[in-house]
Design a protein around this ligand. Sequence first.
Ligand code: PMM
Length: 302
Amino acid sequence: MSTLRGRVAGLPDWDRCAVMGVVNVTPDSFSDGGEWFDTELAVKHGLDLVAQGADLVDVGGESTRPGAARVDEAEELRRVVPVVRELSAAGAVVSVDTMRASVAEQAVAAGARLVNDVSAGGADPAMIPVVAASRVPFVVMHWRGQSIDMNNRAVYGDVVREVVDELGQSMERAVSGGIDPERIVIDPGLGFAKQAGHDLALVAQLARLRALGRPLLVAASRKRFLGRVLAGGAGAAPPPARERDAATAAVSAIVAREGAWAVRVHEVRASADAVRVARAVEAATAPADDVSGTTANATGAV
Ligand code: PMM
């Protein structure tokens, strides 16, 4: 199955779906706004996520929630770089969540091993050359423009086909800009210029994104579509973002089983369990794999 997940040059091979824990060094993220808006607290939170089972820690200093305005460059650097430096020094595999080439460049200099740009290089023309020169892996996410008005762009005929086509174009732009294709990760961009039905269709048909031939990152954590699902009836109020973690872990199990390379989540523990269960089920399904320890225990109890 690891052939399904694929490998990303320059990063460890986790032999199961990896878990990327989120550290938002922001006062205003939709999911955990303000909680880690301090270098020391953010570093401690990142280390806690690693202790809970995060394989990577994604550090971001700019909220991308629908309607969010941009943060200025100096402020983003101030938020992100010290946290990346300290987490990297402590041995964490750190990714930087930024749309700015200058932030990506300084974060890589501070130890970041992956650049996660929700705009796939679309927001800053210097991003692709910087990533190509630094030879770190790059997340190419499906994006149709800045958060301030992205909901107006949530218009699709066949959402999966259009996301695959547009991701393919973004990948081509990255590769022709010098990024090694073996270092590219793709991401359907759940919630970015998408309504709940679009997000669900992308999760349901994740296998169609494999046509792009690169490992898949899925970031469903606490997003609006889960709020819609949990609300039940039309017009009912969705639970707050923080009450969507069990639903997030359910998505982690589903997409891990579908061959996702990684899930990006705020609450790590449950998704770390979910991807391990998915891996054990996968091993039990493939007779050639080693299933020792995943079947009945020594007493025969199940
Ligand atoms: N979503 C958010 C932020 N960064 N990065 C990737 N690759 N994919 C996503 O879907 C994504 C992202 C949304 O904000 P959050 O940090 O509060 O989840």
